[in-house]
Ligand binder design. Structure first.
Ligand SMILES: Nc1ncnc2c1ncn2[C@@H]1O[C@H](COP(=O)(O)OP(=O)(O)OP(=O)(O)O)[C@@H](O)[C@H]1O
Ligand SMILES: [Mg+2]
Length: 230
């Protein structure tokens, strides 16, 4: 389950007409699943771009990305989508639930059209129980609070037992109590499942609850620290 992430001089540019906007510059980092990591930085510093590349939602323009021994930088589209499906559970600020599907169906949605060996429905129900939503299985997302919707997204991210949970501002739309519940849940689930956890956040208090804090500024790593957990 534990698969380290290695980024070696990773860069990302976006083309805007004739000009090239370099958003990530020579990022060299290693992540192991035994520690929880927060990526912090001001708006526009490149946090989401970096997390999207790690989550294989986007690709770097230069540099290397290894997942364990596998060179993700060299993979073709089909292989990338398999790695994304098998190893990455992504959580977004806006939850990104499908509004016409029930809570249970949303959690099962990543597995639709795919052959998987375990009992999907049983696992989805048990995950929803684990995140405190067992009485809401058949509701629509619109019938839930923001914090509950994010807990559905957490269960969905874990349905395929990913090696990594990647969360981009997972508490950004929530009040502080609901945000703390989500963060505590993510840290507990990380311990229970042995997966790695990387969170992007603006919230320094939240970042202090993680074992490692990486500060990114203008697409570069400014500091990379490990602190005692607050
Ligand atoms: N698809 C894109 N096309 C062009 N430029 C982009 C694209 N995505 C991001 N950028 C640019 O890359 C830079 C970094 O964006 P990114 O979303 O990674 O920042 P961020 O640190 O996550 O900011 P925020 O805290 O506001 O979410 C910004 O200047 C942004 O405009
Ligand atoms: Mg962002």
């Amino acid at each position: 389950m534990s698969i380290p992430i290695t980024l070696d001089r990773l860069s990302k540019s976006f083309q805007a007409g004739r000009t090239e906007n370099q958003v990530l510059k020579d990022i060299t980092l290693k992540f192991t699943s035994d520690e929880s990591t927060a990526i912090v930085g001001t708006s526009g510093s490149g946090k989401s771009t970096l997390l999207s590349i790690i989550g294989i939602l986007d690709r770097q323009t230069d540099g290397l990305f290894f997942l364990g021994e596998r060179n993700v930088s060299k993979m073709k589209a089909g292989e990338l989508s398999e790695v994304r499906f098998n190893d990455m559970g992504f959580i977004f600020q806006q939850y990104h639930l499908v509004c016409s599907l029930t809570v249970l169906e949303n959690v099962l949605s990543p597995l639709m059209m795919r052959k998987v060996e375990f009992n999907k429905k049983e696992r989805a129900v048990s995950l929803l129980e684990r995140v405190g939503l067992k009485d809401h299985l058949h509701k629509l997302p619109s019938q839930l609070s923001g914090g509950q919707q994010q807990r559905v997204a957490v269960a969905r991210a874990l349905i395929n037992q990913p090696a990594w949970i990647l969360a981009d501002e997972p508490t950004g739309n929530l009040d502080s109590a609901a945000g703390e519940t989500i963060l505590a849940l993510l840290l507990e689930l990380k311990e229970e499942s042995g997966c790695g956890l990387i969170i992007v956040t603006h919230d320094m208090q939240l970042a202090q609850k993680m074992e490692r804090q990486i500060l990114i500024q203008d697409g570069e790593i400014l500091t990379d620290e490990r602190r005692a957990i607050a």
